[in-house]
Write a protein that binds this ligand. Structure first.
Ligand code: GLN
Length: 199
């Protein structure tokens, strides 16, 4: 079974850990750079990307994490985690950092005020039946660049994407009891790539 590091600086990391344990993965909470030693994959949870950005820098995790993902470590980012992986972040705080390993442009809180939290049943490539996606002040994916595959759309915008070793969603797959999205991540790790084309 793979060892999955779950970034545990802030946000909804516990729910991710639970979903992964349910799928028999070994889970390790990541708070320090050395916690990343030997992990087979890493999860960047939802929460507050500005706070996580500050904690990533002050803990020293940022540089090691960015390098490991750039070198091919499989990564799953959800909501704020997607923001932390994106190449371009709009409406970010000026001092906010991103690992810049996923070729997408996201806008923080891009779904606007009226519908800043909602649920939707969406079709996801690789899952046979719809998945209930929970959106909480979610970023909207405004552009998808080369090498990024769209796995799910909602209301005209991509909401789940994958590139070579990165899987990301603007929603929170960890907040329902449905563990199929995490299963997809584990499957992608065991098959060597998150991008379908390369599987
Ligand atoms: N709005 C948050 C941010 O910009 C993300 C919200 C979430 O992760 N649920 O960081």
């Amino acid at each position: 079974m793979p060892t999955i590091g779950v970034l545990a600086l802030q946000g909804a990391f516990n729910a991710h850990a639970q979903a992964l344990r349910q799928l028999n993965a070994d889970v390790r909470e990541i708070r320090l750079p050395q916690d990343l030693d030997g992990v087979d994959g890493v999860v960047l949870p939802g929460g507050e990307s500005t706070t996580m950005s500050q904690l990533l820098l002050s803990s020293g995790v940022f540089d090691v994490l960015t390098q490991r993902i750039a070198d091919g470590l499989p990564a799953l980012g959800t909501c704020a985690g997607l923001i932390l992986l994106a190449k371009q972040v709009l409406d970010a705080r000026p001092d906010q950092v991103s690992c810049s390993v996923l070729n997408v442009t996201v806008r923080r809180n891009g779904y606007g005020r009226q519908i800043d939290s909602f649920e939707a049943d969406i079709a996801i490539t690789g899952l046979e039946t719809p998945f209930t996606a929970v959106f909480i002040r979610a970023p909207i994916i405004e552009e998808v660049g080369n090498g990024v595959e769209i796995l799910a759309m909602h209301d005209g915008a991509p909401v789940a994407v994958a590139s070579q070793n990165v899987l990301a969603a603007s929603f929170h797959p960890e907040l329902t009891s449905d563990v199929r999205f995490h299963e997809l991540f584990l499957h992608m790790i065991s098959s060597g790539s998150t991008a379908r084309g390369a599987r």
